[in-house]
Design a protein around this ligand. Structure first.
Ligand SMILES: Cc1cc2nc3c(=O)[nH]c(=O)nc-3n(C[C@H](O)[C@H](O)[C@H](O)COP(=O)(O)OP(=O)(O)OC[C@H]3O[C@@H](n4cnc5c(N)ncnc54)[C@H](O)[C@@H]3O)c2cc1C
Length: 437
């Protein structure tokens, strides 16, 4: 029986653990947090269908009060002169779920299917042989197995301490991470704006995004930047929010913590002998909005399928490349596409973003449907309006072109695990990156 070590009880690891345990594998998940500390104290948006598939429960079977539909949305330009409103219908309305019950469902499901989960056990590093990984080191000693599934997040101590010779990229550049602080405040009056979920791009002229979401009984505030910030910035931004939203109280009902989200294209190479990264450890989020739950669950699913299919062999990099390739073809190509636009937007000054909003170069269809309504007439209209300021317009066009080129490359990974070919492919993808200054 193959022995699987899952580093971190993240979404990817728990999805893989459940599927593998169900198929008779010996699975141990090692998690640094205690059971009660699992999950942050706020709601996340994702598509619930994969969670339903994994746990066998539809929304009626989710814990009571764990999810809801979110209100209509408005995007505000940096100078707040332009507001793009998006009204959803029953088919497009966004659903959000509290993180703790989401993780409870994944943990219970993995345990029911036979995975062992060791909480309160911090992983310190991988245990490596010359050519691969054979386990992880913790304060309780070493845990070894046929493969380590690295689901320990963006700062995974497993990935960070892999030998450079494995070729897995460990660099994090400026703009690859989004630093957020989020809290739900009490609500002083029954005020309910027409578009309760307001998203501020380049908030207060700074590189990042914030939101103010007025709920029935609370106001959910997110302050987000691409650089770290402290309490002074939070106090300053809350004071600004309260001027426009006098119904925001002082009492924090939920949250009140920082979180860090990777917002870059996924790792190109994410496997080695006895090792596979999945989820944030491989930067599997949508660069534009940091959504990573569905990508992580899907990565866990694909990885488990690969391990089950190849149970009769050793888990070499050659075998695991099948997972690596499948993830990029099915999801990586799509996820990487909007890094170009995101980095391009963050590379121009806030006045540039105002120009693009105010001249309808960025429209509601771009923000709600990822350019679904792009036909020749729409594009020509954007071109005519955008050319009023070619510098900003071409910066965005460049972002779209480079994002598209990176996406095409992700969709065609080398057929076999050939390090020279993989390095060439990775370099070609990296050359499409737009640096953020
Ligand atoms: C503030 C915030 C808001 C977000 N909002 C959304 C959203 O609305 N929608 C969405 O789709 N995504 C959202 N994301 C992104 C999403 O949370 C991640 O993409 C997703 O959780 C990645 O899952 P994962 O499998 O990589 O594991 P993670 O959720 O990253 O979990 C990693 C696990 O590893 C454990 N771990 C870490 N180090 C060690 C160690 N040394 N030893 C043992 N265990 C360790 C951690 O405690 C944790 O349990 C948000 C992220 C943050 C931070």
């Amino acid at each position: 029986m193959k022995k699987i070590i899952v580093a971190g009880a993240g979404h990817a690891g728990l999805a893989a653990a459940a599927k593998l345990a169900e198929n008779g594998f010996d699975v141990t998940v090692i998690e640094k947090n205690s059971r009660s500390a699992m999950g942050h104290d706020w709601e996340d948006r994702f598509d619930f269908s994969l969670l339903s598939e994994i746990t066998g429960k539809d929304t009626a079977g989710f814990p009571a009060g764990s999810w809801r539909y979110r209100g209509d949305c408005a995007f505000l330009s940096p100078a707040k002169r332009k507001k793009i409103e998006i009204f959803y219908d029953e088919t497009t309305r966004q659903k959000v779920m509290w993180r703790k019950p989401l993780l409870d469902m994944l943990i219970e499901n993995a345990e029911e299917k036979g995975a062992k989960i060791l909480f309160d056990t911090e992983i310190l590093s991988p245990v490596c042989e010359e050519t691969g990984v054979k386990g992880v080191a913790t304060a309780l000693g070493e845990f070894t197995g046929d493969i380590v599934i690295d689901s320990a997040g963006a700062f995974s101590p497993v990935k960070k301490n892999l030998p450079d010779s494995f070729g897995i990229d460990k660099e994090i550049k400026r703009g690859d991470l989004f630093y957020g602080w989020r809290a739900y405040f009490n609500k002083l009056t029954p005020e309910m704006p027409k578009t309760p979920f307001e998203v501020y791009l380049y908030h207060e002229g700074e590189q990042g995004l914030s939101w103010c979401c007025t709920n029935e009984n609370t106001v959910d505030i997110l302050i987000g930047r691409i650089d770290k910030f402290g309490q002074e910035k939070i106090d300053e931004q809350l004071a600004i929010f309260r001027k426009d939203h006098p119904w925001i109280g002082d009492e924090i009902i939920n949250g009140g913590q920082y979180g860090i989200i990777p917002v870059r294209k996924p790792l190109t190479l994410m496997v080695a002998n006895g090792y596979a990264a999945a989820g944030d450890s491989a930067f599997m989020t949508m660069p534009m909005n940091g959504m990573g739950i569905d990508l992580s669950l899907n990565a866990g699913r694909i990885l488990a399928e690969t391990l089950i299919k190849n149970a009769g062999t050793g888990y070499t990099a050659e075998v695991l490349w099948e997972y690596n390739k499948r993830f990029h073809i099915e999801y990586g190509a799509f996820a990487s596409k909007n890094e170009g636009l995101k980095n391009a937007l963050l590379s121009i000054p806030s006045q540039g973003v105002d120009f693009l909003f105010e001249n309808d170069v960025i429209q509601s269809s771009d923000l709600s449907g990822a350019g679904k309504n792009m036909n020749f007439k729409v594009l020509m209209g954007k071109f005519a309006r955008g050319m009023k300021n070619p510098k900003y317009f071409f910066a965005i066009v460049n972002g779209l072109i480079k994002g598209g080129a990176a996406s095409s490359l992700y969709a065609k990974p080398p057929v076999n695990f050939d390090r020279a070919e993989i390095d060439k492919w990775s370099k070609a993808i990296e050359s499409k990156r737009i640096e953020i200054l």
